[in-house]
Ligand binder design. Structure first.
Ligand code: ARG
Length: 279
C-alpha cells in the first residue's frame, strides 16, 4: 500500500473549513445508563451543559466553520450527541439506527433534518449503526467500530452507500464503547488512538495501515481526549487531556482544550457533540 509517509512532525498544517451539525442540550439529563459513564444518581446541571455547548459552537464559528442546528426533541436527552445522528460522506447520508431503545427515535429525527435540508441521497439504515460514533472518515477509508453499539453488518452497508473501503475495528473496553471515544482522525490518513481500546487483531490492522499514528496514553484516553475534532490544523479536545495536547503540538497541530464536564456525564464530549457534513 502506498500512502504519504512524510514524517508527521515535518508537515505544515493546513486548516480546511468544515460544515457541522449540532444539537443544543436544552433537554439534556442523565435518566438512564447505557454506558459506564452515565449515572442517573449523579446530578446534571443542564444550564451549565448549555453554556459549555454554546462555547464549543462559538469556537467553531470563530475558527471559520459553518454550524447548522437541529431542534432538540423533548424526551431525547442524548440528542445533543449529534455525531451519532448520521454519517455523511460526499453528500450521501446514511441514517443512524440505535442499539438502545431510549435513543431509537433520534435516527428518524436526524434523517428528517437531512431530507428537509436538501440531501436527496439519504438512506434509511438496515442494520444498527450509531453514525459517526462508530464511523470515522479518513482521506480514503471509513474506519468502523463494532463490539458495543454498531452492528458489524452495517459496515458493509456503509461501504455500499459511500463507495469507500470500510475497515472494521473491534472495540473491547466498555468505557470506549464508540469508535470516536477511542480514535480520532487528525488529517487525511493521520489518526490518533488508544491502543488499549482495540482487540489484538484490530490493533494489528491499525498499525499496518497507520504506522505514523499517534498512540495516546491511557490517562489521556480516560479523560475522553480522543473525543476530538480536527480541521487539519486546530484540534478541539477535552482540556483535561493535557499530555495529548503536548503530543499534538509537537506534530504541528494547534490543540484547543474545552471543558464539557456536564456532557461527559452522559459519556460524550467534543466529537460526540459534532456531526460533520461532508459535501
Ligand atoms: N449517552 C450516549 C450513549 O451512550 C452518549 C453518546 C456519545 N456519543 C458519541 N459519539 N460517542 O449513547
Amino acid at each position: 500500500m502506498s500512502f504519504d509517509t512524510t514524517a508527521p512532525a515535518a508537515k505544515t498544517r493546513v486548516q480546511r473549513r468544515r460544515h457541522y451539525l449540532m444539537c443544543k442540550p436544552t433537554h439534556f439529563e442523565v435518566v438512564y445508563a447505557i454506558n459506564p459513564w452515565m449515572d442517573p444518581a449523579k446530578p446534571v446541571d443542564t444550564e451549565l451543559a448549555v453554556l459549555q455547548w454554546e462555547r464549543l459552537r462559538e469556537l467553531y464559528l470563530e475558527l471559520g466553520h459553518t454550524v447548522d442546528l437541529i431542534d432538540p426533541v423533548p424526551g431525547l436527552p442524548d440528542m445533543v450527541y449529534a455525531a451519532n445522528g448520521a454519517t455523511v460522506v460526499d453528500g450521501r447520508v446514511l441514517g443512524a439506527s440505535f442499539r438502545n431503545e431510549e435513543r431509537r427515535p433520534e435516527g428518524p429525527a436526524y434523517l428528517e433534518w437531512f431530507r428537509a435540508n436538501g440531501f436527496t441521497e439519504s438512506h434509511d439504515p438496515e442494520y444498527v449503526n450509531e453514525g459517526e460514533g462508530d464511523f470515522l472518515v479518513t482521506g480514503r477509508f471509513v474506519l468502523a467500530g463494532y463490539g458495543f453499539r454498531s452492528d458489524a453488518r452495517s459496515h458493509r452497508e456503509a461501504q455500499s452507500v459511500f463507495g469507500r473501503p470500510v475497515i472494521s475495528l473491534e472495540l473491547i473496553d466498555p468505557r470506549y464503547y464508540h469508535l470516536d471515544t477511542a480514535l480520532a482522525v487528525l488529517d487525511g490518513e493521520e489518526i490518533m488512538y488508544n491502543p488499549e481500546a482495540f482487540s489484538r487483531s484490530s490493533l494489528e490492522v491499525l498499525r499496518t495501515l497507520f504506522p505514523d499514528a499517534l498512540e495516546v496514553s491511557a490517562e489521556d484516553a480516560a479523560v475522553f481526549g480522543l473525543n476530538a475534532v480536527s480541521d487539519g490544523l486546530n484540534v478541539v479536545l477535552p482540556e483535561a487531556a493535557s499530555g495529548l495536547a503536548e503530543q499534538l503540538r509537537a506534530r504541528g497541530f494547534h490543540p484547543i482544550g474545552m471543558d464539557l464536564s456536564e456532557l461527559l456525564k452522559g459519556g460524550g464530549s467534543v466529537k460526540c457533540c459534532t456531526l460533520e457534513i461532508r459535501h
